[in-house]
Design a protein around this ligand. Structure first.
Ligand code: PLP
Length: 395
C-alpha cells in the first residue's frame, strides 16, 4: 500500500511549472510561460488592505464571505451580466479562481460523474473533477472554431453520467472567446442534457477590440444551471492575494460554503475588504491594463504571423497567443525545449494543455515591450533555422 493516496497521485504537475524549472538552468532567458499580469496591484487597493489591518479587521469572516463584498459582487453581476443574485444565498467568496474550481466540483460531483472539459484548456481544469472523484472527459475544440466548443463534438462526448460542462471564455491557453451565436447553441445543448455549467470567467474583463463578453448565465433560463466562477487575480493584478468568488444556484453555493468551513474556513478579512475597494472604486486602472495587454497582443500576433512556419489566430481576450507550429513538424515539447536550449526563450508546449493542444505553443504576452521585441526576434531566428534545415537538399 502506497503512503500517498490515489487522489494525491491522480494528477500530474503542470507543464508550465516544468518549463519554468527548465528555464532556471539557463541565463538570459526571456519567459513567455507564466500567465500572470506584469503589473502590481493598483495602489488604492493596497492602501485599503493596509487601512483595514490598521483598523483591526483581523478576525474570522463568515464562511461565505463578508456581506459588503458579496453585495458589491451582486451589484456588479447585475451590471455586467444583467442577472440578479441574492447576495446572502447565491454568492460565495473563495480563495481564488483555483479555489472556485476545487469547491464547485467537490460540491456537485459524485464518484464517476463526468465533466466535459475543452481540450486544449488551462492545465488545472481537468484536475479538479478528478480530485473530486469524478471524471474529466476531454472534448476537442478547434482553431477553426476560435477554440470554442462545437456542439456536434460535445454531443459525441456526452453520456448519461455527464453532470457538468466547463466553459472558459476568454480562454487560457487559446485567447479564444465565445460568440453570441456559439453561446446560444451551447446553452441549448446544456438544457437538452440537463447539465450544470461551470463558467470560468477569470478573464471576463480582459477582452479586446470592443468585443462583448458573453456568459452562459446571461441567457434566459440558464441562471439555475450556471455557476459563475471569477477571481480578482487577473482583472486587478491581484494574483498573490488569493481572492475569488462564485455566483450560482443557492444549493450549490451552500455546498461550497460547507466545504469552505471545513477547509480554509474563510478568506482573510482584510483581503476581502480590499476586494470591496477594487469593485467599488474607479475601474480606470482596469481599462489601462487591458489597453496595455491589447497593444502587446498586437505586437505578438503581428510578429508571429510574419514568421514563415508559424501562425496564430488573433486572440480575442486573456493574455495568451496560441501559436500553430505544425509546419515546423516538431512536437510542441521538442519545439519548446529546443527553443530554451538554443535561444533561451520559454514558451509552453500545447500538449501541456491537453492532447488536442499538440501542434501549438502558448505565448503569454504579459511581459515588457522590450522582451516581446527581443523574444520574437529570437523565435524568428529559431524557426528560420528550422525551416532552412527542413528545405535544404539532402546529400
Ligand atoms: C482560466 C483560469 N482559471 C483560473 C485561474 C486561477 O486563477 P487564480 O487562482 O489566481 O484566481 C487561472 C490562472 O491562470 C486561469 O488561467
Amino acid at each position: 500500500m502506497g503512503r500517498v493516496s490515489k487522489a494525491g497521485r491522480a494528477v500530474e504537475r503542470s507543464k508550465i511549472r516544468e518549463m519554468k524549472e527548465l528555464c532556471e538552468q539557463f541565463d538570459n532567458v526571456i519567459s513567455f510561460a507564466i500567465g500572470e499580469p506584469d503589473f502590481i496591484t493598483p495602489q488604492h487597493i493596497i492602501d485599503s488592505a493596509i487601512d483595514a489591518l490598521k483598523k483591526g479587521r483581523t478576525k474570522y469572516a463568515p464562511n461565505a464571505g463578508i456581506p459588503e463584498l458579496r453585495q458589491a459582487i451582486a451589484e456588479r453581476l447585475k451590471r455586467t451580466h444583467g442577472v440578479s443574485y441574492e447576495w446572502s444565498k447565491e454568492i460565495i467568496i473563495t480563495g481564488s479562481g483555483m479555489d472556485n474550481l476545487r469547491l464547485v466540483f467537490q460540491a456537485i460531483l459524485d464518484p464517476e460523474d463526468e465533466v466535459l472539459i475543452p481540450d486544449p484548456t488551462w492545465s488545472n481544469h481537468p484536475n479538479h473533477p478528478i480530485l473530486a472523484a469524478g471524471k474529466s472527459v476531454m472534448t476537442p475544440v478547434y482553431e477553426k472554431d476560435g477554440f470554442m466548443y462545437d456542439v456536434s463534438v460535445l454531443e459525441q462526448h456526452v453520456t448519461d453520467r455527464t453532470k457538468a460542462v466547463l466553459l472558459n471564455s476568454p480562454s487560457n491557453p487559446t485567447g479564444g472567446a465565445i460568440t453570441g451565436e456559439q453561446l446560444t447553441t451551447f446553452c441549448d445543448f446544456c438544457k437538452r442534457h440537463d447539465l450544470i455549467v461551470v463558467s470560468d470567467e477569470v478573464y471576463e474583463q480582459i477582452i479586446y477590440d470592443g468585443l462583448k463578453f458573453y456568459s452562459p448565465a446571461m441567457v434566459e433560463g440558464m441562471k439555475e444551471r450556471v455557476v459563475v466562477c471569477n477571481s480578482f487575480s487577473k482583472t486587478y493584478a491581484m494574483t498573490g492575494w488569493r481572492l475569488g468568488y462564485a455566483a450560482g444556484p443557492a444549493d450549490i453555493i451552500h455546498g461550497m460554503e460547507i466545504l469552505n468551513e471545513n477547509s480554509i474556513s474563510c478568506v482573510n478579512t482584510f483581503v476581502q475588504l480590499a476586494g470591496v475597494t477594487a469593485l467599488t472604486s474607479s475601474q480606470d486602472c482596469v481599462s489601462e491594463m487591458v489597453k496595455s495587454y491589447q497593444r502587446r497582443r498586437d505586437l505578438v500576433y503581428n510578429a508571429v504571423n510574419e514568421i514563415r512556419g508559424l501562425s496564430c489566430i488573433r486572440p480575442k481576450g486573456a493574455m495568451y497567443a496560441f501559436v500553430n507550429i505544425q509546419e515546423t513538424e516538431l512536437s510542441s515539447e521538442e519545439f519548446a525545449k529546443n527553443l530554451i536550449v538554443q535561444k533561451q526563450i520559454c514558451v509552453v508546449p500545447g500538449s501541456g494543455f491537453g492532447s488536442a493542444g499538440e501542434g501549438f505553443v502558448r505565448i503569454c504576452y504579459a511581459v515588457s515591450d522590450e522582451d516581446i521585441a527581443e523574444g520574437m526576434k529570437r523565435i524568428r531566428e529559431y524557426v528560420d533555422e528550422l525551416m532552412a534545415l527542413a528545405t535544404s537538399p539532402r546529400l
